[in-house]
Ligand binder design. Sequence first.
Ligand SMILES: C[S@@+](CC[C@H](N)C(=O)[O-])C[C@H]1O[C@@H](n2cnc3c(N)ncnc32)[C@H](O)[C@@H]1O
Length: 260
Amino acid sequence: MTELTGPARTHTNRASLSHKIRYAVQNPDRVRPYLRRLARDCSLRLTTRDHVAYYRAVMKADAATSPSAAVGSASHERWLALGQMQFDYLIRHGLTSKDRMLEIGCGNLRAGWRFIDYLDVGHYYGIDISPEILLAAGDTLVQQRLQDKRPHLSLVRDLRLAALPDAYFTVVHAHSVFSHSPIEVIDECLAHIGRVMAPNAFFDFTYNRTDGTEHHVLREDFYYRTGTLTALAETHGLTARPMEDWDQLPHKQSKIRITL
Ligand SMILES: C[S@@+](CC[C@H](N)C(=O)[O-])C[C@H]1O[C@@H](n2cnc3c(N)ncnc32)[C@H](O)[C@@H]1O
């Protein structure tokens, strides 16, 4: 589940047999980890009732080894750098300390601790489906000595956002969450996000882009065409636009911005 950097190969179908064989030949050291994930996939498919339960189990197993690796960073330096990249991007796009931010899939606060530090007291809300990663988020908060900023960190079982107030958030952020989500989870989020967004708010999310066939790898990594996601947003009365300046950064995912 590592977030590789570098330009996306947008036509590659990672679920195809030919890709798997080519990848295995070029990366023999990745074969054993892949087979371990494949075995886990077979077992979780039998024991979990839906995708959220499935992915929660993936996070539980991965966070037990390393919370930073579970959110996709191979080292602490990479964890710091990817959080900084998310923070700097939103600062360039006008984030102010007065904004009220919702971070969907906040993980162990890789970017979240920087937002909490920057925003006014109580202005950061992080939600996640994984209890283990939220415990790790608490650890990050302590390490960064940010208790006085009183962020809200909540466990959720879906993305209906039912516990959150109407028209409240001015910035909504979801980094590397829809890249791990089937279309019905994204649809659920887009169906409800408009209710919690303030009139001039925006919602940025990243996704794995393909210009070829949409596919997933072991239900952990999902690849979508941009048009699928923008059209889905429009069915919920939202406006969606691809953020081309994000594509210039050394990150393999693309970004879409949603407005009301
Ligand atoms: C790759 S991590 C990224 C974490 C954080 N956004 C960051 O950039 O460090 C994905 C996170 O999204 C959470 N997640 C996955 N699906 C979710 C969903 N449907 N609702 C809320 N959180 C979800 C996972 O538990 C995990 O913490």
